[in-house]
Design a protein around this ligand. Structure first.
Ligand code: HPA
Length: 277
């Protein structure tokens, strides 16, 4: 794809070397990119073919840094379907990131809690998902050079990466829940009936992102770890509020950063060479 090549060439000229770990930082979690020794940081607006995220809490930068000594390419912020982009447009920055040699991808997000036993501020490792966005980023002609027409999502979330994250969490004394993430288009938050329905369907958390990126990464054979920060509980009749979502995510970002640093070496070690690359 010509646009992908042009974006990748531009980033290489700006000093983006190869990176084995890819990280996408969701709402309120962007500060995690600035913990390590930042080598290069480029605004989305400077990169050819990149759109600029409009949502508050999404800086829109591509950063080359390290977590625990592991070279990582980071999307600091993402594009959302609810902004009016097609799903294909929202995943373009991720496809560029995957081209930098990424073997393991960590996708992070803020999410509304559906599990009544969980508290806002807790971190959840995603073990599976429900795609209720009503669309799929692979719809349309298949990009044969990236992956197959009908990729399996049975193994979407790597058990090896999950184990690496859980072991790192336990070394740090951090609580890391396990759960199913439901993706919806947004931007309105859920009605009480929708929240009940999603819980009944098997979801522990709901959000407006992440799943399209996971689909595209798995299409390319890249191993995925999903981490959601539960920013609000939908089990209570308390209306979610974007400012509150951002504040809770920002407060959890420190723990997420520790977890990435502590697990990074095992994540790239456990990712193998990628199945189809
Ligand atoms: N619903 C959907 N997306 C979200 C929520 C929510 O309650 N909180 C954070 N992202």
């Amino acid at each position: 794809m010509r646009e992908l090549d042009e974006s990748v060439d531009f980033l290489r000229r700006r000093g983006f070397g190869p990176a084995v770990l890819g990280v996408v930082l969701g709402s309120g979690l962007g500060q995690v990119a600035e913990r390590g020794p930042v080598e290069v940081s480029v605004a989305f607006g400077e990169i050819p073919h990149f759109r600029i995220p409009g949502a508050e809490g999404h800086p829109g930068r591509m950063v080359l840094t390290q977590f625990g000594g592991v070279r990582a390419a980071v999307l600091q912020g993402r594009l959302h379907y609810y902004e009016g982009y097609s799903l294909q447009e929202t995943v373009f920055p991720l496809r560029v990131l995957l081209r930098l040699g990424v073997r393991a991808l960590v996708v992070t997000c803020a999410a509304g809690g559906l599990n009544p036993e969980w508290e806002p501020g807790e971190l959840m490792a995603i073990v599976d998902h429900l795609n209720f966005m009503g669309d799929n980023p692979l719809r349309g002609p298949n990009l044969e050079e990236m992956g197959p027409r009908f990729p399996s999502l049975v193994d979407a979330y790597s058990p090896v990466l999950l184990k690496a994250a859980e072991e790192a969490a336990s070394r740090l004394g951090l609580v890391l829940r396990r759960g199913v993430y439901a993706a919806v288009s947004g931007p309105s938050y859920e009605t009480l009936a929708e929240a009940r329905f999603l819980r009944w369907a098997g979801a522990d958390a709901v959000g407006m992102s992440t799943v399209p990126e996971v689909i595209v990464a798995r299409h390319a054979g890249v191993a995925v770890l999903g981490l959601a920060c539960i920013t609000n509980s939908l089990c209570r009749e308390h209306a979610p509020d974007h400012r509150e979502v951002l504040a809770v995510a920002r407060a959890a970002a420190e723990r997420l950063g520790h977890l990435l640093e502590e697990s990074a070496a095992a994540l790239v070690g456990g990712a193998g060479g990628g199945e189809r690359r």
